[in-house]
Write a protein that binds this ligand. Structure first.
Ligand code: ATP
Length: 400
């Protein structure tokens, strides 16, 4: 029966091709399921990690807070005297995980809330940046932006620039460069300006500290700030530390002192010890500025401290002319502007006054809707700036 055999054959072929395609279908399905399984496994491990992170975070949040403190002294038996941020001093144990050699007076640590034992070292705080100082990496101002002050600049170059740029010169001659330079003179005569310019020329970091900001409310805080400022200066070397209003911390020490005075003295002592402790020819220069050199503690002016004093007088005629030229450099001026008049009308003013006069003159020009600054604008500006200081009208006759 050939027909039956053919039909059987056909039936077998159909069945086997059906089986083959079904197998392929199952294989594809299997692969899809395997991929899906891998995706789900990855998702599971991601969720497990997330749970773990959240658990750790939760544990951290549940932990009781630590108290910050400053080490005052380390005792021979390994315990430490600390001043807690909450107030009193404590004698406390130190966790064995902290090496005793590392503990130094003045270091910041964290205390356990119950036992008050020292459990962690903390990095030195960076709060002086916010509270007491400004930092400028190589300021923009250069020597060409300073009018007059030739002698002062020469002296600054010799005492600050040379030790920073060519320390070998001092080694060869066998002398130590001056450690501290004191700039004295009325406000606005360019003391800060010169210090910034020398930082620019030496490519040094300029750290400006205001003396009155160093006087702190809490005992030991001012001294700590001074220590941290000098630590930062060494980190950022070459650096220039410029202590403005030095008289706020450096005035005469009194015999009978209140606790506030004692705190100021402590800050001064720290400043002196930083000046004394400087490695010779280090890459950190210290400049101080004051309007009242007469009230400074003689200890500050001793050799090896602020032993170079540079006086900043009010500018004379030719210096005022230069300062006017500097501050009007970027201004549009009427061609008939007489600089001789500006110089003679501003006798007794400082560089800061001249800068203010130029700005005021520009303001008068804007107010009038013009773009070129005229002599009359300067005349009004001089009158305004000169009366601002006294509260009186400017004496008549000093103008044209
Ligand atoms: P203070 O004692 O109040 O700190 P200071 O002597 O440090 O005053 P500066 O801050 O240097 O004075 O001067 C203030 C501004 O006055 C400077 O930014 C600068 O624009 C201008 N100025 C002062 N003196 C000069 C000068 N000789 N040449 C050019 N500009 C000057």
């Amino acid at each position: 029966m050939p027909g039956t055999t053919d039909a059987k054959k056909d039936g077998n072929i159909d069945e086997s091709s059906y089986t083959q395609s079904y197998t392929r279908h199952l294989e594809r399905r299997l692969r899809a399921l395997e991929t899906e399984k891998q995706i789900l496994q990855a998702e599971r491990s991601r969720l497990e990690k997330e749970t773990q992170t959240l658990r750790t975070e939760l544990e951290k949040l549940r932990q009781s807070p630590l108290i910050t403190a400053t080490i005052i002294d380390v005792l021979e038996d390994g315990r430490a005297i600390v001043k807690s941020s909450t107030g009193p001093n404590f004698v406390v144990h130190v966790a064995s995980s902290i090496s005793k050699e590392k503990l130094q007076p003045g270091m910041r640590v964290a205390l356990n809330q119950r036992s008050f034992s020292v459990t962690q070292e903390l990095p030195p705080s960076r709060d002086p940046m916010i509270r007491a100082m400004e930092i400028e990496e190589a300021p923009e101002v250069s020597y060409v932006d300073i009018g007059g002050l030739r002698e002062q600049l020469d002296e600054i170059k010799e005492t600050v620039e040379l030790p920073l740029l060519k320390p070998d010169v001092f080694v060869e001659v066998g002398i130590e460069p001056p450690k501290g330079v004191l700039l004295t003179g009325p406000p606005g005569t360019g003391k800060t300006l010169c210090a910034r310019a020398v930082a620019h020329e030496t490519n040094a970091t300029f750290i400006r500290v205001i003396g009155s900001e160093l006087v702190q409310k809490f005992i030991g805080e001012g001294a700590r700030l001074v220590r941290e400022i000098f630590m930062l200066a060494k980190e950022k070397a070459p650096a220039i530390v410029f202590v403005d209003e030095l008289d706020a911390v450096g005035s005469h020490r009194l015999d009978i002192a209140t606790s506030g005075d004692r705190e100021v003295q402590r800050t001064l002592m720290q400043l002196l010890s930083e000046l004394d402790g400087f490695e010779a020819r280090g890459q950190v220069a210290v400049l101080g500025a004051t309007n009242r050199p007469d009230i400074l503690d003689p200890a500050l002016l001793r050799p090896g401290r602020f032993d170079r004093i540079i006086q900043f007088p009010k500018p004379d005629d030719s210096s005022r002319r230069e300062i006017f030229k500097i501050h009007t450099r970027g201004m549009k001026l009427e061609s008939d502007l007489d600089f001789g008049f500006l110089v003679s009308a501003t006798e007794g003013t400082t560089g800061a006054d001249i800068k203010a006069i130029c700005t005021e003159a520009g303001m008068f020009t804007i107010r009038d809707g013009r773009v070129c600054v005229a002599q009359e604008d300067f005349r009004k500006a001089i009158s305004k700036v000169q009366t601002r200081g006294t509260g009186d009208q400017a004496p008549s006759g000093i103008y044209c």
